[in-house]
Design a protein around this ligand. Structure first.
Ligand code: GBH
Length: 494
């Protein structure tokens, strides 16, 4: 039952961590300042200025490169215990390689991390939130297995530099999204458009890069630094279009395996490796298409072992649900494609609201179902907790963001139910995002922030939205007050 008024009967446990997140490319700007090298997003958007829908780029973004102290004040105002941020690889290593460490970049993150720790805010740091150094894009990005070595070198530099302050590390952000849209099609940089082929090389190498860094930390740093390492895996919830149709139920389950299981199974399952259904689907389709080898590469036994158990917690991003049914074999099925491999049709449910972008459908119970699915599929989650690393709401701007307030109330209530009624082991939640940012291909047209940013002002003025007060109230009271939005005067209290 969804409570729509009053204060939630359940509360967030004392050890539950609330946080808020950003990523370097999306907020920092300062693209060529302080000795920073170029990331593939800098280079690509300069060379293809119409790639983003508003023809914008990340040169200045929210200018956090200059406004980070102000940002830390915003974080403090929310009262959260933790802040998730990412390091720009080329800000630390301008060429991507460890032969040249940029001291100004090193100091920039050191200052931020010290300020956070001083304010009792635990930093959670992502090493790779999509801004790969340009030289590696030119070498094929994640389709080139050699990049794994250089990612390991970068990670080692970061652990050496910041491991005294950072005790929670995330290797890669959402490889599903960066591989599908960056390598399988043209939604993200490097827009490789390698349907059904590059996407799997990217997935495979992303997994290996994660395992490499996890094992390196475990061996070289964990004994002293005692931190935790994981990978951020995003997932939709897949709802069978007709729950009474067996084929829809199967399609929904299979698609979840193709989307989430392909990453989670190698790391969190007992047996390891890709899920059987994923292996079968890609192998069968590859054979049908005349390939003599599967488009999905194989792990060696050593790699399976290195991946299995390579996470100290489960970091989940969740934004939307999809309604799933089997797809008819398409006329152009000979074209290798992740979508043909999955063999499902995905759409929104007409009963789910879609307030912002085309892709976000609101179905709060899907969040609870996804948490339960994880808990039921991966036994290890009884021991290592789930942390929600991103969950957030898109709109087109405005500081009286009542719909975002409802979003957080409704989704966080489902999280309470998952904890208290289902026994899911969820120990943290990071709202996405601290502030409006560059939303990759959507440029500045889509807003996710708890704080708005005026991208037309030279100061990039930050203004709290109503949702920031509501979130602060949840963090402080550890309960959801469904009536809190009825106090617009909160907009004037700082
Ligand atoms: C997250 O990805 C990212 O980690 C984060 O950086 C980003 O700011 C946040 O999302 C909000 O977008 O239908 O072709 O338009 C979330 C994953 C992003 C996956 C949007 C689906 C839609 C592609 N989702 N994407 S499209």
């Amino acid at each position: 039952a969804v409570v729509k008024s009053g204060v939630s009967n359940y509360s967030f446990p004392d050890d539950f961590i609330f946080g808020v997140g950003t990523s370097a490319f999306q907020t920092e700007g300062g693209w060529n300042e302080g000795g920073k090298g170029e990331s593939m997003w800098d280079t690509f958007l300069h060379e293809h200025p119409t790639f983003t829908v508003d023809h914008s780029n990340g040169d200045v973004a929210a200018d956090s490169y200059h406004h980070y102290m102000e940002d830390i004040e915003l974080i403090k105002k929310l009262g959260v215990q933790s802040y998730r941020m990412s390091i720009s690889w080329p800000r630390i290593l301008p060429n991507g390689t460890d032969n040249n460490i940029n001291q100004e970049g090193v100091k920039y993150y050191r200052r931020i991390l010290e300020e956070l720790v001083k304010a009792n805010i635990t930093p959670v740091v992502t090493l790779f939130h999509w801004d790969m150094p340009t030289p590696f894009m030119n070498l094929g990005g994640w389709t080139n297995a050699k990049v794994i070595d250089y990612f390991e070198d970068y990670a080692r530099v970061a652990f050496n530099l910041y491991g005294d302050l950072v005790k929670m590390w995330l290797t890669l952000n959402e490889p599903h999204e960066s591989c599908l849209s960056g390598y399988g099609n043209t939604g993200l940089v490097p827009a490789l458009n390698s349907h059904g082929l590059g996407i799997y090389l990217c997935i495979h190498n992303s997994l290996l890069a994660h395992a490499r860094v996890y094992r390196m930390y475990e061996k070289e740093f964990k004994p002293d630094q005692k931190g935790k390492v994981s990978i951020v895996l995003e997932s939709v919830w897949t709802e069978p279009k007709d729950p009474n149709k067996q084929e829809d139920v199967e399609a929904a389950e299979n698609y979840l395996q193709m989307h989430l299981g392909i990453f989670a199974h190698p790391i969190f399952s007992e047996e390891g490796n890709y899920p059987r259904v994923v292996r079968e689907k890609v192998n069968n389709m590859s054979r049908l298409q005349g390939y003599s080898r599967s488009r999905l590469p194989y792990f060696t036994d050593e790699e399976v072992t290195a991946l299995r158990g390579s996470a100290d917690f489960y970091a989940l991003n969740h934004y939307t649900s999809v309604s799933v049914s089997p797809s008819a074999m398409e006329f152009y099925w000979k074209v290798p494609s992740y979508y043909h491999d999955t063999g499902v049709r995905m759409e929104g449910d007409p009963f789910w609201a879609r307030p912002g972008a085309i892709w976000q459908f609101l179905y709060p119970p899907g969040f609870r179902k996804l948490l339960n699915w994880l808990q039921n599929n991966y036994k290890i989650l009884k021991e290592i907790a789930i942390i929600v690393a991103e969950n957030g709401f898109i709109d087109f701007g405005g500081i009286e963001d009542y719909d975002r307030v409802d979003f957080y109330n409704d989704y966080l209530y489902q999280l309470l139910l998952a904890i208290h009624e289902d026994g899911c082991n969820v120990k943290g939640y990071f709202a996405w995002s601290l502030m409006d940012d560059i939303e990759w291909r959507d440029g500045y047209t889509h807003k996710f922030g708890l704080y708005s940013v005026d991208f037309n002002s030279p100061n990039r003025t930050r203004t709290p939205k109503l949702s920031s007060y509501n979130y602060a109230n949840i963090v402080r009271t550890r309960r959801i007050d469904f009536d809190y939005i009825k106090r617009p005067e909160d907009l004037n209290t700082t």
